[in-house]
Design a protein around this ligand. Structure first.
Ligand code: KDG
Ligand code: MG
Length: 404
């Protein structure tokens, strides 16, 4: 078998998604997600100009060899653009291999280690009453674990909470120029324990609650937050410090027993070396789409398993259903599965990307369709072309740029 076509499809059924479609000489196709939110076209160029020409004529069954060829062969390796492009190739090749075998991908990864995949959903509110309503809505949708994000008194727009304009209408984060959010760490640290207190009082002790600090704290601030949240037994505190410095987590770990999760902006196992070998974290949170695909993420999970660290694949709305499908196959197969983030996609997105995975009672299952189980409707995709969009940026109240 040979690869005869490599096509990149960009579509925006509400938000941008980049998809690689590989076709073989015997008519099999494979899909891979290459979406890098706010920097989509950089990956499109990387794939179209630099990777697609190399793939033509290759044997699609040689997944490991192709991965090494793209990773080592680029010389300029790692980084989100390179690894998103490499991930798309890797997942498309796994899709083809599983279709050729007539099996769902999870069967090629060792088969199911569980019956279904536990997820967590997103609840958020500009204030505590709005957050409580949002948690209730998540439970009504079937979720059995919930990430809670709250507005902070005195701040107009914070991560994870719908922003409003002066009239109070919701402002979308996807805009032609970055929205500017504002930040005050002290105000945040004062407020979040009260948020957990209110949610625990309303929903009881058993509901797994997660929280994302989105890389904004120093190690000492993160340690204090972790300690303040201990009475509420969070499932985890996510991305507490900026991602670049693995050593920071040593300080946080020394201060708190709140479980720690990190990794959505990591691209290779090297970003995790200290964190895993020193057992500084409890969950690895990389996306299939930004970590080079199923091949390296499987290796990461096996490495993490030796240290009792579990998987928690990043699954926001900006991972397409193609990336989500690959994640759910891996979730079902690996032994050290922890939890899967899942906020779902719009009905229109699910029409452009028809998928076999299902969501029931807060759990996902990849389905039994051969491959990863996603079909791309290219006509519908073309009817919703790319729209320029950025993630927000973040400034302290004196105007200083802060981590978003
Ligand atoms: O594109 C950025 C988002 O994927 C990220 O902000 C979402 O932090 C996130 C999460 O935990 O899902
Ligand atoms: Mg996050």
């Amino acid at each position: 078998m040979k690869i005869v076509d490599a096509k990149v499809v960009v579509t925006s059924p509400g938000r941008n998604f980049v998809t690689l479609k590989l076709t073989t000489d015997d008519g099999l196709t494979g899909l891979g997600d290459a979406t890098l939110n706010g920097r989509e076209l950089a990956v499109v160029s990387y794939l179209t100009d630099h990777v697609a020409p190399l793939l033509l004529g290759l044997d699609p069954h040689r997944i490991e060899d192709t991965w090494q060829y793209l990773y080592r062969g680029a010389y300029w390796r790692r980084g989100p653009v390179t690894m998103a492009a490499t991930a798309a190739v890797d997942v498309a090749l796994w899709d083809i291999k599983a279709k050729a075998a007539g099996l769902p991908l999870y069967q090629l990864l060792g088969g199911a280690s569980r019956d279904r995949v536990r997820t967590y959903g997103h609840a958020n509110g500009r204030d505590i009453p709005e957050l409580l309503d949002s948690v209730r809505a998540q439970l009504d949708e079937g979720y059995q674990a919930v990430r809670i994000q709250s507005g902070v008194p005195g701040l107009k727009a914070v991560y994870g909470v719908h922003s409003t304009d002066d009239s109070g209408s919701a402002v979308l984060h996807q805009q032609a120029r970055p929205l500017v959010e504002d930040w005050d760490t002290d105000a945040y640290l004062r407020h979040i324990p009260a948020v957990f207190d209110a949610v625990r009082s309303e929903f009881g002790a058993e509901l797994p609650l997660l929280h994302d600090a989105h890389h904004r704290l120093t190690p000492v601030q993160a340690g204090r937050l972790g300690k303040d949240l201990e009475p509420y037994r969070p499932f985890w505190l996510e991305d507490c410090t900026p991602a670049e410095n693995q050593e920071a987590l040593r300080l946080v770990r020394a201060d708190t027993t709140t479980p720690l999760a990190i990794g959505e902006v990591f691209n290779t196992v090297y970003d995790y070396q200290t964190l895993i070998t020193e057992q500084l974290i409890d969950y690895v949170r990389s996306a299939v789409t930004h970590f080079g695909g199923v091949t390296p993420l499987r290796k990461l999970f096996d490495f993490a398993a030796q240290y009792q660290i579990k998987s928690a694949i990043h699954g926001p709305e900006d991972i397409s259903p193609v990336g989500m499908a690959a994640a759910v196959h891996l979730d079902l197969a690996v032994h050290n599965f922890g939890i899967q983030e899942y906020s779902g996609h719009t009905a229109l997105t699910n029409e452009v990307f028809r998928h076999a995975y299902t969501f029931t009672d807060g759990h996902l299952h990849p389905g039994e369709a051969p491959g990863i189980g996603v079909e791309l409707d290219e006509e519908m995709a073309a009817a919703h072309p790319y729209e320029a969009a950025y993630l927000p940026v973040n400034r302290l109240q004196d105007g200083t740029v802060h981590d978003w």
